[in-house]
Design a protein around this ligand. Structure first.
Ligand code: ADP
Length: 267
């Protein structure tokens, strides 16, 4: 059903005395959930079929015309490796998403130092940043900042956000990761820590912002694929932030860049 439609299941039964009972049950939500599931399965199938079709095509070519051409063979094997890599990342992100969803109701209980965690994520992304000609700076990460969290999951959140800032940022322009403590944030109780991941890239049109965390939603599908994206990164981020009772806010100015802010409650 469309967003504004209400779907009723109607049951009619004879009533004593010759009349009839008529029951209207609002099944809009079940219908919507069913529709979302069908869309998801269709999307996953499509995302898997694209690299598979390419792989099968190249296998066929290698079995026939390209068999005795070493240059073509090298090039095709390179493309096949890239397509297989794409499928691997997709399966990894799908598993990650389903694991995160399954744990969404369990409160994370480990003690994690957010400043240290951000420093390690930035260190791990250094080669990717260097290749893109981008420098990542960490501001406000001087002192340890212990919070109750799931360390692996938060690593994934900031890895995805900082990697996106590098991927969609502008070469030669900095990516800033700013860590701050705030007495409060709208929608959250008590003091919070906020991490702003800011790039100076092309920015995102306002119409896309509300849908950006949907699975497989991309502003530019071709560009995302070219950069090795699965379209699931921000959906994973959103679920993990929800599990931590936090908030994800996206601000973007076309032509200037984007800021993805994650706020997490401090104990
Ligand atoms: P992907 O694997 O495609 O990067 P994500 O879920 O991480 O998937 O992001 C969804 C889409 O949001 C991307 O395809 C891209 O269009 C857009 N996006 C994400 N981060 C940024 C950013 N920092 N700047 C511009 N666009 C972005």
């Amino acid at each position: 059903p469309m967003a504004h439609e209400v779907v009723y299941q109607v049951t009619v039964a004879p009533a004593p005395g010759g009349g009839a009972f008529c029951a209207f049950i609002d099944v809009t939500e079940q219908e919507l959930i069913g529709q979302l599931r069908r869309d998801f399965v269709a999307n996953v199938s499509h995302e898997l079929r694209t690299p598979l079709t390419a792989l099968l095509g190249f296998i066929e070519t290698l079995q026939s015309s390209a068999k005795d051409d070493p240059v073509a063979r090298e090039r095709f094997l390179g493309i096949m490796a890239r397509e297989a890599g794409r499928m691997t990342r997709l399966v990894r992100d799908l598993l990650s998403l389903s694991r995160v969803e399954a744990q969404e109701r369990q409160r994370p209980s480990a003690q994690v130092d957010l400043a240290g965690l951000l420093a390690s994520v930035i260190a791990a992304l250094k080669p990717v940043a260097q290749e893109a000609g981008v420098e990542i700076e960490l501001i406000g990460g001087g002192a340890a900042l212990p919070i109750r969290a799931d360390g692996d999951q938060l690593t994934q959140v900031f890895h995805n956000l900082i990697e996106n800032a590098v991927k969609y940022g502008a070469p030669g322009k900095q990516v800033s990761v700013v860590l701050s403590r705030l007495p409060q944030e709208p929608g959250l109780r008590g003091p919070v820590v906020r991490v702003d991941v800011q790039d100076r890239g092309e920015g995102i049109d306002a119409i896309h912002l509300p849908r950006l965390t949907e699975r497989f939603y991309r502003v530019d599908t071709h560009r995302s694929r070219e950069k090795g994206g699965t379209g699931l990164g921000l959906a994973i981020v959103k679920h993990i932030v929800n599990r931590h009772r936090g908030r994800l806010k996206i601000d973007s100015v076309k032509g200037k860049g984007s800021t993805f802010s994650v706020s997490l409650p401090l104990q």
